[in-house]
Write a protein that binds this ligand. Sequence first.
Ligand SMILES: NC(=O)c1ccc[n+]([C@@H]2O[C@H](COP(=O)([O-])OP(=O)(O)OC[C@H]3O[C@@H](n4cnc5c(N)ncnc54)[C@H](O)[C@@H]3O)[C@@H](O)[C@H]2O)c1
Length: 381
Amino acid sequence: MDKIRLGIIGTGGMGQGHAQMQENIEETELTAVCDVDEALVKQVAEKYGVPGFTCHEELLDSGLVDAVLIATPHYFHPPIAIEAMRRGIHVLSEKPIAVTVKAADEMIRTAQETGVKFAVMFQRRTARSSRLARKAIEEGLVGEVYRTHLLMSSYRSQAYYDSAAWRGTWTGEGGGVLINQAPHPIDIFTWLAGMPARVTAQVRTRRHEIEVEDEAFALLEYPNGAHGYLYVSVNEAPGTSRLEICGDRGKVVLQGDEVQVYRLKQPLSEFTVTSDQMWASPEAELVELVVPEMPPGHATITRNFARAILYEEPLIAPGEEGIHSLELTNALILSGKRGKTVELPLDREEYETLLEELKASSRPKQRLREQRATDPNVVGG
Ligand SMILES: NC(=O)c1ccc[n+]([C@@H]2O[C@H](COP(=O)([O-])OP(=O)(O)OC[C@H]3O[C@@H](n4cnc5c(N)ncnc54)[C@H](O)[C@@H]3O)[C@@H](O)[C@H]2O)c1
């Protein structure tokens, strides 16, 4: 078996989780790690018996890696990815691929110019429920979409935000729930429903002492006149995760790890005008779809990335698709901060201007109690 020599850049919570997962991926071999925190990278390098670097350029120039997995804070994803790509090194970026669509455009352009593989860690695409929902859409079971809905309420403590200087700040993180937790469900949402044409949002900081939003909600309008509602937060326990795509011919409902696909025996548009029954409604049947077996989680994305390099296997989460959720979240922040409806595709320069203003308002953290711990829900995945 050929193996991809993989370097991990950023060995904090998630980077260490990825390092641990490499042991179970036969197509990759961890050959180097990098972190700006010297003591941390030494400890991780010793644990895995690989060289450790404190500068990503040294890792990229070491000749030790064919590919890198970037698990640094968000702002560093584009510059590190672009430097890797220009050296012919393949890139798997943690989500979000960037903080702004302008930076993401440059990553995508560089990947196309250099011809390297570029993927994004959207592991929810590997979940059976997400793949079944996607299949239902691809097979046209929903028909023309007329309504969408995304609800993702989750929870983060203040200790989570206090655990690193970058978290919860405009200069370090570049957004809150929209840029850190919501990219996963928003990726699935846009993968299924496509992109809206305009959004009207509110972004709020309700429960945490942070600069960025911990809650956002929005009305979405699609090019065909369909509409949607989106709510994301890190303020609720237990969390709820629900996604609905409703169309003329059927409906997809994703709730947690469960999916239901309904097919109407007669399209809504037809039934509404042809039925002579006062209290009738179109009959709906549950459809059983089948997708190939696939272990869900991060390791499957990394394995698929390696197999794309080795055998041209199609990427489950191509890097260029990482821009969809980012573009929507940038639009929601712009709409909420400027108090106006925002059109998509997003005006790149308008968002850069807003982010510069927000960064200028950023202040060094008063509360900091450093911790680097991998989310126990992701280990092994
Ligand atoms: N896919 C997922 O399920 C998932 C889960 C958690 C985090 N993440 C993502 O992983 C990334 C890291 O998050 P985390 O929770 O591990 O953060 P963390 O703070 O625990 O770790 C980040 C590490 O990057 C290091 N770092 C900072 N700048 C660097 C640079 N220029 N070069 C090398 N190292 C650098 C820091 O010293 C730190 O050790 C983020 O993009 C986050 O959104 C993804």
